[in-house]
Design a protein around this ligand. Structure first.
Ligand code: FE2
Length: 354
């Protein structure tokens, strides 16, 4: 199984992973043979790539941290703004992930602009749960964290899409409206006595920076809970790696570089390190080019291999970048793109974070 960007997809390829639409409904099922019609529909829906099965990548297994069924159920509950449903989904995410001995968030997300908030909230819940497990939180605490992650952007569901997806600069009023979403999310849950205060506080403060420059209150890291700090890091990581109408997606490498570069100002360093434990710089099954000119795909990540993965070259040879003999080799391109944050992406990111 490997990831292929849509411009490299050709008819006859076999889909390896379900593609779902904005409503969490199945658009093209795994094992389908791709034809021109499917490719056109994938472009229309705004997808950027798909996972395929082929002979070269048949030994590569990429496991989603949660089942596709649960992902779809979560997106459905978010769409309906069903708080009870979200709580149940949060506890199922925790159960599924606690039962997965080898968590690696290795999968490139397959989503469109339009389902952004639903897919984003599900992804943030998965990232938060992985980080919470790494931090040593108990199952109940992980449930608070995953619930906060699912509910954190509820307020955005009340903001018109033309404002959320606006390409140009937001007017001061629109910007104020977007920035009010943590308070709106909090307002939607604050009277629920069955929700822990940990959840409400994390939702309200998920845009607070550790140096006190965030919003809505400008509280510093020493006054933030671990739930707030983890949620902030997971939220920004997932926002950066998504494509939006006003910016291209950052690669995992670029997003982690950005997070690390903002430790101590925006983010708590321990939380960024926790994220790096579970999110590889280069996702499994993606195309890369090495500094010696050879090309292949990533076939193994985990632990130190998150930084120095194992690569299968197109001639079939394997190169373990963690091997001292290969330490002088670096990855120079990922999915045909030179590494590094482009100026255009950085401008988009600035307009997003404000
Ligand atoms: Fe948010």
């Amino acid at each position: 199984m490997r990831y292929v960007s849509l411009d490299r997809v050709v008819p006859g390829m076999e889909l390896a992973y379900d593609v779902i639409d904005d409503n969490g409904r199945l658009l093209v099922g795994s094992k389908s043979k791709i034809n021109y019609n499917y490719i056109e529909r994938l472009y229309e829906f705004g997808f950027h790539g798909i996972y395929i099965n082929d002979e070269f990548s048949e030994d590569i297994e990429i496991n989603s941290p949660i089942s596709q069924k649960l992902r779809r159920r979560g997106m459905d509950c978010l769409k309906k703004m069903d708080i009870d449903g979200c709580r149940e989904v949060a506890s199922s995410i925790v159960d599924e992930m606690l039962n997965n001995p080898d968590i690696s968030i290795d999968m490139q997300d397959i989503r469109t602009f339009d389902n952004y908030t639903y897919a984003h909230s599900m992804n943030v819940a998965i990232l938060c749960t992985a980080m919470g497990i790494g931090y040593g939180l108990l199952a109940t605490e992980l449930g608070y964290l995953a619930t906060a992650a699912l509910l954190h952007d509820f307020g955005k569901l009340m903001i018109p899409e033309e404002v959320l997806n606006k390409k140009g600069k937001l007017t001061p009023e629109e910007y104020k409206l977007v920035k009010s979403h943590p308070v709106m999310s909090y307002e939607a849950i604050k009277d629920r006595e069955d929700l822990s205060a940990h959840i409400k506080v994390a939702v309200l403060y998920h845009h607070e920076n550790v140096d006190g420059t965030g919003y809505p209150k400008g509280i510093t890291g020493d006054k933030q809970t671990i739930y707030t700090k983890i949620l902030h890091v997971a939220d920004v990581y997932d926002a950066l790696t998504a494509s939006r109408s006003y910016k291209d997606a950052y690669s995992s490498y670029e997003a982690l570089e950005y997070l690390m570069g903002n430790c101590g100002t925006m983010f708590d360093m321990d939380c960024v390190v926790l994220l790096e434990k579970y999110v590889p710089l280069f996702l499994k099954g993606t195309d890369i080019e090495l500094s010696n000119g050879s090309q292949g795909i990533i076939i193994e990540n985990s632990g130190m291999h998150n930084l120095r993965p194992v690569v299968k070259l197109y001639d079939g040879k394997k190169v373990d970048l963690l091997d001292p003999l290969n330490m002088n080799i670096t990855i120079t391109k990922s999915q045909g793109k030179a590494l590094g944050i482009s100026e255009a992406n950085e401008r988009g990111r600035r307009s997003m974070i404000g």
